[in-house]
Design a protein around this ligand. Structure first.
Ligand SMILES: [Zn+2]
Length: 481
């Protein structure tokens, strides 16, 4: 496990920074500045921890389209202004908000037992008295898809796929389709409700929420996640021939006239301010916890890294842009169906995208970064070599591949032609907590948070201080004028 340097490093980092200030008249080599940023972050001089602490404490859960999310955005904008960022503003966009309401679940026969569930995001409510049906369990979404039309009439369909624990989070990608598509597939076969073994890796009696996807503008049947032990219980009952009959209730509702917002803040570049290095994370969170890890930590990491660069005696030539996205977590009934914050940014800034030199996001909690992925043109060569020299002391592997998916929020920007970068975090334990009531500040590992800030500060500084063209065509973008 990564551990922060002990107290003497603080003195060293402060000394390095003060040396940089003292020698402000003579240019400091970029690698020296990057090393100073790294050591300052490791020594705890970034605002990251106080940011995530205050955000998750003041506003708690921040569901997309909620007042909490809006207030958090207003607070973030005010704080970014106070920290000295340029061009700080909020960009609002319309949204259909989903509100959880009350929920309950129980086995009612053959023998009554309580169940721990969470209504899945965007699920419609049940009738006021709930609904009841026999549970039919499928090991995978594919098995549910194989059931013929009408096979589940009056039944509650359940997918019991166990998510695989991996360092790169690939287990989540393999399991999440059961959640997003399960309700549609179950409804097509006649089911009255859908249940899912939580997409998570823990054995706690907590359910992991998350969104389902709309089909033709609606989610057809109520949908729920079960805690892993409850999914096991239902599976064992079925194996005993005791087909469980389950009662489900959800008081979920929608608000069609809601809105969400992105918060933009720049560290304005000196010579090429029209060129942007974009760092993203999302301000909205699920409602069960306080969104400290998902994604309060990500917002803290990128703000922390950008603020260290903001405070250098010499700012980089290119602009460092921080975007705190709204509404990352939820699906929407209208096209493009989700990632509304990411799409709102890419649409609003369409004409600037050709001058976005690089984009990346932080959205995987606070566990340490162990690898970096660069655009194909820069996987080898001087930039990659310098980056590696500076990231190696943080325990980060040399770049060996390019991002396939740099994240939901920057996805539309990258689809607009902007090169992507990822700093890959260790996801071995992240999905024990993801989207559960346990996503709270006490789970933020401060030393690992600071390692993330250090890595982003180094990468961002090197990219913003350089003339490197990360685009596939190798052409230097024309001036914006
Ligand atoms: Zn997230």
């Amino acid at each position: 496990m990564f551990t922060a340097p002990a107290a003497p490093w603080r003195a060293v980092a402060l000394l390095l920074l003060s040396l940089a200030t003292a020698r402000a008249a003579t240019p400091v080599p970029p690698e020296t500045v990057a090393a100073q940023l790294r050591e300052a972050a490791l020594a705890g001089h970034s605002v990251a921890y106080s940011w995530v602490s205050e955000l998750s404490t003041r506003f708690g859960p921040r569901p997309a389209g909620s007042l909490n999310e809006e207030r958090a955005a207003e607070w973030a904008a005010a704080r970014l202004k106070a920290l000295g960022f340029d061009n700080v503003h909020i960009e609002r966009f319309p949204l259909t908000a989903w509100v959880r309401g009350g929920e309950s679940a129980a086995i009612v026969g053959p023998v009554p037992q309580p169940l721990v569930i969470a209504t899945l995001g965007e699920s419609p409510p049940t009738p006021p008295d709930g609904l009841e049906g026999d549970v039919v369990i499928f090991p995978t979404l594919t098995a549910l898809e194989a059931a013929p039309a009408g096979a589940l009439l009056g039944k509650i369909a359940m997918v019991n796929l166990r998510m695989v624990r991996t360092q790169d989070g690939a287990g989540y990608s393999a399991a999440v389709e059961g959640r997003t598509e399960g309700p549609r597939v179950a409804a097509q076969r006649g089911a009255i409700a859908f249940m899912l073994r939580s997409v998570g890796t823990d054995g706690h009696r907590l359910a992991h929420t998350g969104t389902v996807r709309y089909a033709d503008g609606r989610v057809p049947i109520p949908a729920f996640a079960l805690s892993a032990p409850d999914a096991d219980q239902l599976e064992r009952l079925s194996a005993l021939g005791q087909i469980p009959r389950v009662h489900l209730f959800s008081g979920a509702s929608y608000r069609a006239d809601a809105h969400s917002q992105n918060v933009i803040a720049d560290v304005r570049g000196t010579r090429k301010p029209e060129e942007f290095v974009l760092l993203g994370a999302h301000l909205d969170s699920w409602d069960q916890g306080t969104g400290a890890l998902d994604d309060g930590a990500g917002t803290a990491i990128i703000v922390g890294a950008a603020k260290l660069i903001r405070d250098l005696p010499h700012r980089p030539p290119r602009t460092v842009r921080v975007v705190l996205f709204g509404a990352e977590e939820v699906a929407q009934p209208v096209k493009p169906g989700g990632a509304f914050g990411g799409h709102a940014y890419a649409d609003t800034h369409r004409t600037e995208l050709e001058h976005h030199v690089l984009a990346g996001e932080s959205d995987l909690g606070t566990d340490r970064v162990y690898a970096v992925e660069l655009p194909p043109t820069q996987l080898h060569g001087d930039f990659a070599a310098r980056l590696q020299r500076l990231l190696a002391p943080l325990g980060i592997l040399p770049p060996s591949r390019s991002p396939e998916d740099a994240g939901t929020d920057v996805g539309p920007t990258i689809a607009g032609g902007v090169p992507a970068v990822t700093l890959d975090q260790d996801a071995t334990h992240y999905f024990d907590l993801h989207h559960t009531p346990d996503d709270t500040l006490d789970k933020v590992d401060r030393a690992q948070l600071e390692q993330n800030v250090a890595a982003w500060a180094v990468l961002t500084w090197l990219a913003a201080d350089s003339d490197v063209n990360f685009r596939a065509d190798g052409a230097v973008p024309p001036p914006a004028d």
